[in-house]
Design a protein around this ligand. Structure first.
Ligand SMILES: [Zn+2]
Ligand SMILES: [Zn+2]
Length: 314
């Protein structure tokens, strides 16, 4: 075994041990210490299976995105040295890259067909963090790493900070941790912020796309605070109701194919079935998240105006 293989093997073992120890500690806390949270063995196992398969599938296809990053090195404006400062700067730049990636993955149907996998559990615990897509390198979204290379960051540093970022995000997937100190909740993404991101309550849709930092959502107007009186309900606006991994992994691609096979579509319709927000349809027969939010706020405004008009009783 070469030293590279040894490092890779140890790294995989350490990563798996990290993930599974948190899953077990959380399960123990919920089961025996009455910590907040919910377990569902079938869902947990489905998430873990999706995660293991995503490592295999995305690992096998990683050469596509990693290859693009190394190819882009010839276009670097500068070649930044690897120092603590450049690693920190790379971490922040990559976190902004993640925000853009994540927002597009919710608002454009093609990358949503990949990312929907992560949101398809109706539960919220550490195992859900592992519920990942198998098609990440085919979504085109990982090309967003290329500008970081062109700016001057070393691809190895970018991959390292991206790994730290995704490990941090693993820790967000729990109901066991309530709200953290205010200053921390202001700057960093937290379990509370990410619970909102996984919720299908209308007022929580399309919010909190941040990776490690939540400041991007605050800056770009996509932040939503978790209301303890209105707890998140987890899952999709239309849940899959299946534990079949193939359906979970590919159902939205199947939906795109079905839409493309409809008769009488214009070229614009076909493009929009790929690139418009999820829920868009050429005949307006479906709801996008914006429609759902608008209906929710209209219904609320109507309810409050009719209660204001109602005669006061004893
Ligand atoms: Zn998401
Ligand atoms: Zn998540």
């Amino acid at each position: 075994m070469t030293i590279d293989q040894l490092i890779a093997t140890n790294f995989t073992v350490i990563t798996l041990a990290f993930y599974f120890s948190f899953i077990l500690i959380e399960a123990f806390s919920i089961r025996f210490l009455k910590a907040r949270g919910e377990l569902n063995a079938r869902d947990n196992l489905t998430c873990i299976f999706m995660g293991l398969m995503s490592s295999v599938a995305n690992g096998a296809a990683a050469f596509i995105s990693v290859g693009a990053m190394y190819w882009a090195m010839q276009f670097q404006i500068v070649s930044l040295p690897v120092t603590i400062t450049t690693v920190v700067l790379c971490f922040i730049a990559n976190d902004l890259r993640f925000y853009v990636h994540h927002r597009l993955a919710h608002r454009v149907r093609w990358p949503w067909a990949m990312h929907v996998v992560h949101h398809s559990s109706q539960h919220y615990n550490y195992s859900v963090a592992l519920r990942q897509a198998w098609t990440k390198h085919f979504s085109g979204m990982l090309l967003l790493y290329v500008p970081l290379v062109i700016i001057g960051f070393d691809p190895a540093v970018i991959l390292f900070v991206a790994l730290v970022n995704s490990s941090y995000q693993f820790l967000l997937h729990t109901e066991t941790i309530g709200k953290l100190p205010r200053w921390f909740e202001f700057i960093f993404n937290t379990p509370s912020h990410h619970r909102v991101h996984h919720a299908n309550n209308p007022q929580y849709l399309d919010a909190n796309y941040g990776g490690t930092l939540i400041i991007w959502d605050r800056m770009f107007g996509t932040f939503a605070e978790e209301d303890l009186e209105d707890r998140p309900v987890y899952g999709l606006v239309k849940n899959l109701e299946t534990f079949n991994p193939i359906k979970i992994a590919f159902h939205e691609y199947w939906g795109i194919l079905q839409d493309q096979l409809q008769k009488g579509l214009t070229i614009k319709d076909r493009v929009l079935y790929l690139l418009a927000p999820p829920g868009w349809s050429h005949d307006g027969s479906r709801l996008t998240s914006e429609d759902i939010k608008r209906e929710y706020y209209e219904a609320r405004a109507e309810a409050s105006s009719s209660s204001a008009l109602a005669p006061a009783g004893d």
